[in-house]
Design a protein around this ligand. Structure first.
Ligand SMILES: C[S@@+](CC[C@H](N)C(=O)[O-])C[C@H]1O[C@@H](n2cnc3c(N)ncnc32)[C@H](O)[C@@H]1O
Length: 214
């Protein structure tokens, strides 16, 4: 290894070109890997707590988990808000097979969400926007389905940390300010912060959380 190699960042990716069929096939197969795509998550993990806090009380409301995977977040949103209608949307049918019966399932792309405009009180996307390929369309859809005053959370990876993990060719990580700007095109307030898994561990720069109010 040359002297400079340890300082060099992996170059930013080429523009995403994968089609949705490729992404769907990848995740339909990947769902068998329970270690990488788990069905449950420890509710003490900050990602969960921040999603629940920002969404607030959703009893009698509707929450949408966009790119839900097997619904590890949706389960906890439903536990916390038993009176809420919780919708899990994912492009991969095999992921949705793991969603429990008290959660509605929608097999669709987050770039074309088959829910009415303003029909949802809170929506969130955890580690899924990075796979959307058409990021602008996905953010527009995430915000479109939320009613005015409704809440949105995105948790995803930080472009500054690009190269730290192996990624499929279409995956994109986000500049904190750029995604804030994109969300601000649709929402009246947006803030963001670095986030770690555990409260007593400082963020290491890999994950960011964005919180918006439409
Ligand atoms: C890394 S997993 C995260 C799953 C879940 N949010 C979680 O934290 O457990 C990414 C998920 O996004 C889904 N996904 C990828 N592209 C999508 C798209 N265009 N529309 C909807 N879901 C998509 C995948 O099928 C996969 O379940």
């Amino acid at each position: 290894m040359g002297l400079l190699d340890r300082f060099r960042r992996r170059p930013p990716p080429e523009p995403a070109t994968a089609d949705l069929a490729t992404v769907r096939a990848y995740f339909n197969e990947a769902s068998a890997n329970e270690d990488h795509y788990p069905t449950s998550i420890d509710p003490r993990i900050l990602f969960v707590r921040r999603v629940l806090e920002h969404l607030g009380d959703l009893n009698r409301g509707v929450a949408a988990d966009i790119g839900s995977g097997k619904g590890r977040f949706a389960r906890l949103v439903k536990d916390q808000n038993p009176g809420a209608t919780v919708v899990s949307l994912d492009i991969a049918e095999t992921m949705l097979e793991r969603i429990p019966g008290d959660i509605a399932k929608v097999a669709a792309s987050m770039t074309q969400v088959p829910l009415r405009t303003g029909s949802v009180d809170g929506a969130y996307a955890v580690e899924s926007l990075e796979h959307a390929v058409d990021i602008e369309a996905a953010v527009a859809e995430l915000c479109r389905i939320v009613k005015p005053g409704g809440r949105i959370v995105v948790i995803d990876k930080n472009a500054q940390a690009w190269g730290r993990l192996e990624t499929p060719a279409w995956e994109r990580w986000f500049d904190q300010k750029d995604l804030e700007k994109l969300l601000k095109q649709h929402c009246r307030s947006v803030r963001s912060e670095p986030i770690s898994y555990w409260e007593d561990v400082a963020p290491d720069g890999l994950f960011l959380a964005w919180y918006a109010v439409k």
